[in-house]
Design a protein around this ligand. Structure first.
Ligand code: ADP
Ligand code: ZN
Ligand code: ZN
Length: 816
């Protein structure tokens, strides 16, 4: 199909961002034909509404019925290149999700918000209105429009209710005022710093003060420098250079600079010489760039310098003119990766992540689209970066669950990275110290090529891990059990060496087990089937699933007693305990509660980097690939927290998180030490994490997955049925299960699928919705898809009704 309307055809195909699985055909009135292309948004009549849709096809087949016409064209430039359409289509098919919603998910979220409709005077309008007899409010509107384009809201604000007395609608109809869709605000201005350059050459006999001489010498040797940098050479530089500029000895010019997310200027760096293992990896991977599709799994122990390999590969790719996408699991790491890439590549880097404002994100999107940058770095949605051609897609920490989106479109960005590479003939590079079982399995099956780094850069030792068996400490009260003598002593020693400590506890809040002291009733959420957690900071009991909270002074709902025991431990209580034990140390906490405000997370990380924090307590946020060389002790409090969840990936998740947290230790000159506390010292996930032995973990875990027929040896689709009425939801789920069984009997080919359930979900009520699940397993993903489609959209299909919703989760990550 052509990319734009050149033929006399006037029909287009439009995908709408609604839960409907069809594509709709519309007619394009003559006036718009020149402006239509794939990737343009159009305003269309839809039922009784008008909605925005995306042009996804041009030159549709002749219609059987009469067609409606589009009402307006919203963009002057497509929002994505036409070559991305097959990718979107694939995503829609694979995740069984409407194409229009897929496109909406892919586009930067600010796009609709940032856009406003502006009115301005046309030339005829300007003329006609200057002649016309206008009443008072109409006069004021004209005055406003003469000053430049403005929104209707601005007009209405100006004249209030009297707007109705004007003939504004008439002006519109006569095209005296014209509508324009403009992007409002958001443009971020480049940051500049004053830079000092050498001025006119001086006469030989010119006499200068020592400080002035020093400034000139420094500039001669090092080239232009910022005033701030000069100050570190000559403390009084700020005043001196002004005087010197006046005398023509130096020149001060603004220069664009890039700042790291901490607001500090980024100093350009040079690639270090690679370690021999790094060289081997690059030698293997680089020749494949630009030669078609290939996926590498870069399996490198923590601290083996994977980032440096990404930088090298990116350099090779952009040298060939092929853009690069770098995916990072979360914002805090984006900042670290951004810093590394900007230091190496300067301005040719765009960022895409949720920490940006809508306008900023749109700006970055357009820079990518216009080809102004060759590298895009971001969280999972950056997999949709609108490059036309692609050389390399890097997925850092590929095992991270954060790549899985749990919103409306449930996609996994790691899987999409591989797919996009496949479609665009690019190289996918997945890196991790603890690869996902899925990727390791793909490597074993020969789908991915595995490249291993066994050593840390500079041969630093991997940290020593010491396991403490918590089952031997039953006599100690639960909340005090975790600050063991060994841990306390190690913290003490580490602090006295002026090194830093990281304490990991994967549970936030103060106390997570709240029990009535009088009747034994546990304190539960009013809307979920979940216990509440006491948060001291806000003095309330809070639900971690729906956000419901109750004053901590509230009484037991069963017996009315005011005595509620606060048992168990979370990061908040642990932080308190550590502060009490080490009053001279600076103890900080990093979890969802302390990082909610924008910028708070970066602040903590900066303090950690500047060594203003001695002990950092945190949830899994601290486990992610941070590189802080002065952390030499890591304490893992109760490593089993995730082990006992009813989820077949519990062991994998536990292994990953423990091995990753442990990997934060000893990344600098001093060796690292890890104390790992557990109730299950012999569980293989914990033993493998202790030994930092991924291969051993992989062998054991694969045995278990094979025996039970779980992914990666099979594929799964989960259907989640939820509704507000307990009985009706259960009934619908059961009927769906019966239908599923019938469907399987009726259709040849569905026989070897396994249907599990319907069962009540482990968390069977969340936010007042009752939840059921139905799991389908099978060897062939194609068959799975066909089956689920018949189940949902076939003649007797059950895709939800009334307030009962059926959500589809292909390759589910969380089964709770
Ligand atoms: P990983 O992501 O594999 O855990 P990083 O990429 O964070 O490891 O690298 C660990 C540290 O080693 C970083 O501080 C990085 O700057 C440094 N590093 C990596 N490669 C080299 C090299 N070839 N020479 C010197 N230092 C390096
Ligand atoms: Zn009670
Ligand atoms: Zn709740």
């Amino acid at each position: 199909m052509p990319n734009s309307l050149s033929q006399p055809t006037d029909l287009i195909e439009v995908a709408v961002p609604l839960p409907v699985h069809d594509i709709f055909t519309y007619r394009v009135p003559q006036a718009f034909t020149g402006r239509i292309a794939v990737g343009i948004r159009v305003l269309v009549p839809f039922g009784r509404r008008r909605i925005t849709g995306y042009v996804v096809g041009i030159g549709a087949p002749p219609p059987e019925a009469t067609l409606k016409s589009i009402l307006d064209v919203m963009d002057d430039m497509p929002l994505f290149p036409g070559c991305m359409l097959p990718f979107f289509q694939w995503v829609a098919d694979y995740y069984i999700h409407p194409l229009g919603e897929v496109i909406q998910t892919a586009l930067p979220s600010g796009i609709n918000l940032a856009e406003r409709v502006y009115f301005s005077l046309s030339n005829t309008g300007r003329h006609a209105l200057s002649q016309a007899e206008l009443n008072e409010p109409a006069l004021r509107i004209r005055q406003r429009l003469e000053q430049g384009p403005c929104t209707k809201a601005a007009i209405q604000r100006r004249v209030g209710k009297t707007f109705l007395n004007t003939s504004f609608a008439e002006w519109e109809r006569r095209a005296w005022v014209i509508k324009q869709h403009l992007m409002s605000g958001g443009r971020t201005r480049p940051k500049t710093l004053p830079f000092v350059h050498l001025g006119q050459p001086l006469d030989d006999d010119c006499r200068l003060s020592a400080s002035r001489r020093k400034i000139l010498d420094t500039l001669t040797q090092q080239g232009p420098m910022s005033v701030a940098e000069l100050k570190s050479v000559v403390p009084t530089a700020a005043n001196l250079v002004r005087a010197m500029a006046a005398a023509g000895q130096v020149e001060i010019k603004p220069r664009q600079v890039y700042r790291d997310p901490f607001g500090e200027p980024i100093v350009p760096d040079q690639a270090p010489s690679l370690s021999s293992e790094q060289v081997q990896a690059v030698v293997r991977m680089a020749p494949v760039l630009g030669q078609g599709y290939h996926t590498f799994l870069l399996f490198g122990v923590t601290g083996s310098g994977k980032t440096e390999i990404y930088l090298h590969m990116a350099h090779r790719s952009i040298a060939m003119g092929l853009p690069v996408i770098v995916l990072v699991p979360e914002i805090a790491l984006i900042s670290q990766t951004e810093r590394a890439f900007r230091a190496r590549f300067g301005d040719c880097v765009a960022l895409l992540h949720s920490g940006l404002s809508d306008g900023e994100r749109l700006d970055q999107w357009r820079r990518i689209q216009r080809g102004e940058v060759l590298i895009a770095i971001g969280a999972r949605s950056a997999v949709f970066a609108p490059f036309e051609a692609i050389g390399l897609i890097v997925v850092d920490e590929e095992h991270d669950d954060a790549y899985k989106q749990e919103g409306a479109l449930r996609y996994n960005a790691r899987d999409l990275a591989v797919l996009r590479a496949q479609q665009q003939g690019a190289v996918a590079l997945l890196g991790s110290a603890t690869p996902s079982l899925q990727s390791a399995y793909n490597a074993q099956m020969g789908k991915f090529e595995k490249i291993s780094l066994y050593e840390r850069v500079d041969r630093q030792m991997l940290p020593q891990i010491q396991v403490e068996d918590l089952t031997t400490m039953h006599e100690v009260r639960a909340a005090d059990r975790f600050l063991t003598a060994t841990l306390i002593q190690s913290v003490q020693e580490t602090l006295s060496r002026k090194e830093q400590v990281l304490i990991f506890l994967n549970r936030r809040g103060f106390a997570n087990t709240l029990v009535c002291a009088a009747c034994g009733q546990s304190v539960k959420c009013a809307h979920c089937d979940v216990g509440l957690t006491f948060h001291q900071g806000i003095n309330a009991f809070q639900c971690h699933y729906c956000g419901f909270s109750r004053a901590a002074a509230a009484r037991c709902t069963r017996c009315g007693s005011a005595r509620i025991n606060r048992l168990g431990i979370g990061t908040e209580r642990l932080t308190d305990q550590l502060k009490a034990r080490f009053p001279a140390a600076c103890v900080a906490r990093m979890d969802r509660d302390t990082t909610r405000r924008k910028g708070a997370l970066l602040k903590i990380l900066k303090a950690l980097r500047d060594r203003r924090i001695d002990i950092l307590v945190g949830t899994q946020m601290v486990a992610k690939g941070h590189d802080y060389p002065h952390i030499t002790l890591v304490g893992i409090i109760c490593a089993d927290m995730s082990l006992n969840l009813p989820d077949f990936r519990a062991g994998e998740r536990t292994f990953q998180i423990l091995a990753q947290v442990a990997g934060r230790a000893g990344r600098g000159q001093s060796p690292g030490r890890v104390i790992l506390q557990t109730y299950n010292p012999r569980h293989f996930s914990i033993v493998a994490a202790r030994d930092q032995d991924f291969e051993a973990f992989y062998r054991q875990e694969m045995q278990f997955r094979r025996a039970l027929g779980y992914p990666p040896v099979t594929r799964m689709i989960q259907l989640r049925i939820s509704g507000r009425n307990k009985g009706r939801t259960a009934d619908y789920a059961r009927r769906m299960g019966d239908f599923g069984v019938r469907l399987q009997r009726q259709t040849a080919g569905f026989g070897d699928l396994t249907l599990l359930g319907p069962i009540e979900a482990p968390l069977h009520r969340i936010a007042d919705r009752y939840r059921w699940q139905l799991l389908v397993k099978g060897g062939q993903v194609r068959t799975l898809h066909q089956y689920v489609r018949s189940l949902l959209f076939g003649p007797e299909g059950m895709a939800g009704t009334g307030d009962i919703a059926v959500a589809v989760d292909v390759d589910p990550v969380y089964l709770m």
